[in-house]
Design a protein around this ligand. Structure first.
Ligand code: COA
Length: 383
């Protein structure tokens, strides 16, 4: 494909030369359909912030006639995946694909993905996967129609705005305990290690400074030492330390409603108008991962834990405006009890997968046809 203004060069990201230009590119690239509200990412001066907590990572840039016109990022790790005999696979995750609007539909996006796949192959990766909103037509067509990815899973992204003026209720019938990192790691290995995409290096996630902790909840009167009759667990990751989000392309009516609801809350707090936080200025968020539990009270226990996380967010940084939880698409029990605002949530995020090894081509078909396990592990490092 000819590019008019010269040869397309795809090379590794160089912080010194590319940092400002990559941030500039990010700020002009909307993700998703142009007629819908979308989120801009502000990487706070460090474009590789979204991948640098992963064990192995890479960022490629596309240059045309001296202009930086595209970017892509990738990470590699070992996860649980149906791949007999060991059920462990090396997976490459693709994220942050952006092509400058003026240079789209010239094959640059495809070239970036192909180059990243070459790096994955050199690193002996079994499968590569990516996540996209299901109505991001450009992304879906590029990966599925053009590059041979197949639809794999559809997790739900649940978004709950943080109310900095009001605490959420926590049932006095339940006990909430923060686990030590070693306790959390053994809990994960005991109950979640067979979950799809469970990262083998879970210890690194739990020890990362962005991990705020792992909490469990169980009925009062029971002890954690002896597995309680019902229990729930979750961990929290402070994504806002790494990067901020900002809403763009919002209908003016929504903007006015947000502003007026905030003013009313501020000056007439007795009005019960639900306050929508200001998403037009950069904001941070907490990411809840590792949601799991057992027993008849699981739903109430998980709700209590989520309310606890809400209160932690509302009493801490003012810029933590939402709490995001991503769970397996068929984990209806958790979905029912995790507090979230439907209008801000996405019931079907789309994960697509592709095998990079010939012998695994058939197993990818099997992976996509095997019903998913209830829980799906969403790595907070890949948010
Ligand atoms: C998605 C994106 C990276 C595509 O980059 P690009 O350089 O235009 O992609 P390509 O030219 O390689 O397109 C390859 C194929 O993808 C499909 N495609 C790309 N853009 C499309 C669009 N807007 N509508 C429909 N199909 C599209 C087409 O099948 C295209 O092949 P064709 O041009 O031969 O028909 C670019 O639109 C972008 O930066 N979007 C905003 C950020 C984003 O959504 N990133 C994806 C997050 S996962």
């Amino acid at each position: 494909m000819g590019y008019g203004s010269g040869e397309l060069i795809i090379r590794s990201y160089n912080a010194q030369n590319d940092r400002v230009r990559v941030e500039g590119l990010e700020s002009i690239c909307e993700v998703g359909p142009a007629d819908k509200p979308f989120l801009f990412t502000d990487t706070l001066g460090d474009p590789i912030c979204r991948i640098k907590n992963s064990p192995i990572y890479n960022m490629l840039v596309a240059e045309l006639g001296g202009q930086l016109v595209g970017v892509i990022q990738g990470t590699i790790k070992l996860v649980t995946l149906h791949k007999p005999p060991k059920n462990v696979a090396k997976v490459g995750y693709i994220l942050g694909l952006r092509v400058a609007p003026a240079y789209r539909r010239h094959g640059i996006g495809s070239r970036l993905v192909t180059k990243l796949e070459e790096w994955f192959v050199a690193c002996d990766v079994d499968y590569t996967y990516m996540a996209t909103e299901k109505d991001n037509e450009a992304s879906y067509k590029l990966f599925v129609n053009k590059l041979g990815y197949v639809k794999f899973r559809t997790p739900a992204i649940l978004v709950n705005p943080v109310n900095h003026h009001r605490s959420s209720q926590i049932s006095s019938n339940f006990k909430l305990t923060k686990l030590k990192i070693e306790e959390a790691e053994s809990l994960y290995r005991k109950y979640l290690s067979s979950t799809e995409f469970f990262p083998i290096d879970i210890g690194n996630i739990l020890r990362n400074k962005l991990s705020l902790g792992t909490w469990v909840s169980y009925p009062k009167g029971e002890t954690w030492g002896k597995v309680p009759t019902s229990w729930a667990m979750l961990s929290v990751w402070n994504s806002g330390e790494l990067f901020k989000l900002r809403l763009g392309n919002v209908p003016i009516s929504c903007f006015m409603y947000t502003k007026s609801s905030q003013l009313i809350q501020k000056f007439l707090p007795c009005f019960k108008l639900p306050s929508i936080p200001d998403f037009f200025n950069p904001f941070g968020f907490y990411f809840i991962y590792g949601v799991y539990g057992e027993g008849p009270l699981y739903g109430k226990l998980v709700k209590s834990l989520c309310n606890f996380v809400h209160n932690m967010a509302s009493s801490r940084p003012k810029d933590c405006k939402v709490i995001v939880t991503e769970i397996g698409g068929n984990d209806t029990r958790s979905k029912l009890h995790i507090p979230h605002r439907k209008s801000m949530s996405c019931s079907e995020d789309l994960w697509c997968i592709k095998s990079l090894k010939n012998e695994d081509r058939k197993s990818v078909h099997k992976l996509t046809t095997v019903p998913p396990t209830r829980a799906l592990f969403v790595d907070p490092r890949e948010v």
